[in-house]
Design a protein around this ligand. Structure first.
Ligand code: GDP
Length: 283
C-alpha cells in the first residue's frame, strides 16, 4: 500500500501558517547557475537552497550529487528512470472520473504556450502522446498517460490564454483545483515556467495556490535554450528573478530544474528526480 504522504510542500511565510512539515532537508548556499555554452560567461550566481531528499544528510552533500541546472540533490531513492512504454489511458472532466488505482502520478501544469506538449514529447519520446492532449475537445480535460505500466503522467489544461476571448478562458478555479484537492495519488506537480520571459503574476499566483494547499511542486523552467530574446533578459536572469520572488514569499524553496525541449537539456535529470520522488512515495 502506497504511503500517501505529501512529502514536499511549499511553506509560504506570509500570510499562511508554516505548520507544514517537510521530510526533506534544505541546505542554503550560493550556487552558480550552470555555465551553459550558450550563456554569457557572466551568468549571474544566484542564491538558492538545495533540495535534499530522504536518506541524505545535508552535511554529506557535495556537488556531484546535485543535478546540473537545478537545486536537486539525488539520493538513494533515485532508481531506474527510463521510459520503456507509455499509453494513453483516458481523458477525464472531473477528478472523480480519473483512473481509480493506487499508481503514483505527476501532473504537468503551466501557462498556455509554456512548452508543455514539447516537454511531454521530450520526456516520453513519442510525439503522438502530447498530440493526444492537443486534439480538439481534449485540451480542457485531465489526460492520463500510463508509463511503464506503473505510474501516470497527467497532462492538465493550460491556464492563462492571453489572447483568448474571455469566454474561452479556462475556469481553472473550479475544474483543475478539484483535481489537486482530491487526488490522493498525486506525487508532485511539475509547474512549468517559461524561462524566456520575466516572472509572470499568473505563474506566481498558481505556485501560491498550490503551496497554500500543500501540493508538492517542482518548478520546471522551459525554453532554457532561448538566448536571443530581442529585448529583455536571458533565461538564467529570468530564472534568478523568479527565484528571488519565490524566496521572498516562501520559507522552503521547492525543487527546480532547467530544461529545453530543443536541446534535451534537463530531460534525463528531471526523470531521475521524478524516480526518487516516486520511489519514496511508493515505499
Ligand atoms: P504548450 O501550449 O504549453 O503545449 O506549448 P508547446 O509545446 O506547443 O510550445 C509552444 C511554443 O514554444 C512552440 O512554438 C514550441 O516550438 C516552442 N517551444 C517549446 N519548448 C521549447 C524549448 O524548449 N525551446 C524553444 N526554443 N522553444 C520551445
Amino acid at each position: 500500500m502506497a504511503l500517501r504522504t505529501r512529502f514536499f510542500t511549499l511553506t509560504p511565510q506570509i500570510p499562511f501558517p508554516s505548520s507544514t512539515s517537510s521530510y526533506f532537508s534544505l541546505l542554503s548556499l550560493r550556487r552558480p547557475l550552470p555555465r551553459l555554452a550558450t550563456f554569457s560567461s557572466s551568468a549571474a550566481a544566484i542564491q538558492t537552497v538545495l533540495f535534499v531528499p530522504p536518506g541524505v544528510e545535508p552535511q554529506e552533500v557535495d556537488d556531484s550529487m546535485v543535478l546540473p541546472g537545478s537545486n536537486i540533490v539525488i539520493g538513494p531513492y533515485a532508481g531506474d528512470s527510463r521510459i520503456k512504454g507509455v499509453e494513453f489511458v483516458k481523458s477525464s472532466g472531473k477528478a472523480r472520473d480519473c483512473p481509480k488505482d493506487d499508481r503514483p502520478e505527476f501532473a504537468i501544469l503551466g501557462r498556455s504556450n509554456v512548452g508543455k506538449s514539447s516537454l511531454i514529447n521530450s520526456l516520453v519520446r513519442k510525439k503522438e502522446i502530447a498530440l493526444t492532449s492537443k486534439k480538439p475537445g481534449k485540451t480542457q480535460l485531465i489526460n492520463h498517460f500510463l508509463v511503464n505500466k506503473s505510474w501516470y503522467l497527467v497532462d492538465l489544461p493550460g491556464y492563462g490564454f492571453a489572447k483568448a476571448p474571455e469566454a474561452a478562458k479556462m475556469d481553472w478555479s473550479s475544474f483543475t483545483k478539484g483535481y489537486f484537492l482530491n487526488r490522493d495519488t498525486l506525487v508532485a506537480v511539475l509547474l512549468l515556467i517559461d524561462a524566456s520571459v520575466p516572472p509572470q503574476k499568473i505563474d506566481l499566483d498558481c505556485a501560491n495556490w498550490l503551496g497554500r494547499n500543500n501540493i508538492p511542486i517542482t518548478f520546471v523552467f522551459t525554453k532554457c535554450d532561448k538566448i536571443k530574446v530581442a529585448k529583455g533578459k536571458r533565461p538564467d536572469e529570468n530564472i534568478r528573478d523568479f527565484q528571488e520572488i519565490i524566496r521572498q514569499n516562501y520559507k522552503i524553496h521547492p525543487p527546480w530544474i532547467m530544461t529545453s525541449s530543443v536541446t534535451g537539456m534537463g530531460r534525463d535529470d528531471l526523470l531521475l528526480h521524478m524516480s526518487q520522488l516516486r520511489n519514496y512515495w511508493d515505499q
